[in-house]
Design a protein around this ligand. Structure first.
Ligand SMILES: [Zn+2]
Length: 240
């Protein structure tokens, strides 16, 4: 368990993807979640304090040391700049195995959207549903929530002195859910809805949700207000 982490958000790529830089305020150790773009800007801020994040929860003024690169899923807007982060920080990368194939297609799917990204990164490490991994001396539980992609996961950061944080990727958004119609992704609306109900709704209502796109929310608010999860709604999510 960690005390009040400092979580800095960088909204990257034209698809407005939320890259989260999570720092353990006890020692400056830092994890990058979903390094999809604008690596130069993020690296400059982490290493030299130049520029600033788009938003931040908590405070930390000391030096940061990046110790892990982890991802919710493999879509290129979440993973496109992982090769640059890997090279700069000389770190391995974590991604659910069921997204390894999707990851090999990152560059070509980016091209379809008009983005130029490097040769896709290859993840050295994978994890399983229910695992708790310690990164930067912070505990993250891996919640596998396939439906948007086969390997899509939500990452729950346990916090001692406040609500937990859930890095939800493109599984759950404020008032919406991930798309299930994207190529090679294994999208499945019924599965996605079931995973949200079975694996996210049991979390504490005050859990702070950091979605891959769009505004922040909480588990409690989505349980109450998310129209896709109301009893009979069926439809299509809005985001990559
Ligand atoms: Zn996605």
């Amino acid at each position: 368990m960690t005390n009040s982490p400092c979580i800095s958000h960088f909204i990257v790529t034209a698809l407005q993807q939320r890259c989260s830089v999570v720092t353990n305020t006890d020692n400056g150790e830092t994890v990058i979640i979903d390094g999809g773009g604008e690596s130069q800007r993020i690296i400059q801020w982490i290493d030299s304090g130049i520029g600033e994040p788009d938003s931040q929860i908590g405070e930390y003024d000391g030096e940061r040391k990046v110790v892990a690169l982890i991802n919710t899923h493999a879509h290129f807007d979440h993973s496109g700049h992982i090769p640059y982060f890997k090279e700069h920080y000389q770190l391995e990368w974590w991604l659910h195995e069921a997204d390894f194939f999707l990851q090999t297609l990152a560059q070509q799917s980016a091209k379809r959207w008009g983005f130029d990204i490097p040769e896709p990164a290859i993840a050295e490490n994978t994890w399983n549903h229910g695992d708790v991994h310690r990164f930067a001396n912070m505990d993250f539980e891996i919640i596998h929530t396939p439906g948007h992609t086969l390997g899509g996961c939500c990452l729950q950061l346990f916090v001692e002195d406040g609500p937990d944080h859930l890095f939800a990727g493109d599984t759950l958004f404020q008032g919406s859910i991930g798309r299930t119609d994207l190529p090679h992704s294994g999208g499945d609306m019924d599965l996605l809805l079931r995973m949200i109900r079975e694996r996210l709704w049991p979390l504490s209502d005050d859990t702070i949700v950091h979605p891959g796109h769009g505004p922040m929310t909480t588990i409690g608010d989505e349980k109450k207000y998310n129209p896709f999860l109301s009893d009979d709604h069926r439809g299509r999510g809005a985001w990559l």
